[in-house]
Write a protein of this length. Structure first.
Length: 66
């Protein structure tokens, strides 16, 4: 894991096409802005885990052979 220190209005650039900017810092809360291409999925980890937990795999139903 790469650990970086950033201040308000400073950015991190990933792969020349994704930028993460510190918008504000209040106490222990940090607001980040993310700019990424439309084909890049950006989500909070807790949302991703929740979606993965409730994903249902589609399995074709086989006939009963009658």
């Amino acid at each position: 894991m790469l650990v970086l220190t950033r201040r308000k209005d400073e950015e991190i650039i990933i792969n020349d096409n994704i930028s993460i900017k510190v918008l504000s810092v209040k106490g222990n809360r940090v607001r980040l802005g993310v700019e990424a291409p439309d084909d890049v999925s950006v989500n909070r980890s807790e949302i991703r885990k929740l979606v993965q937990q409730f994903e249902v795999e589609c399995v074709p139903v086989q006939g009963c052979g009658l």
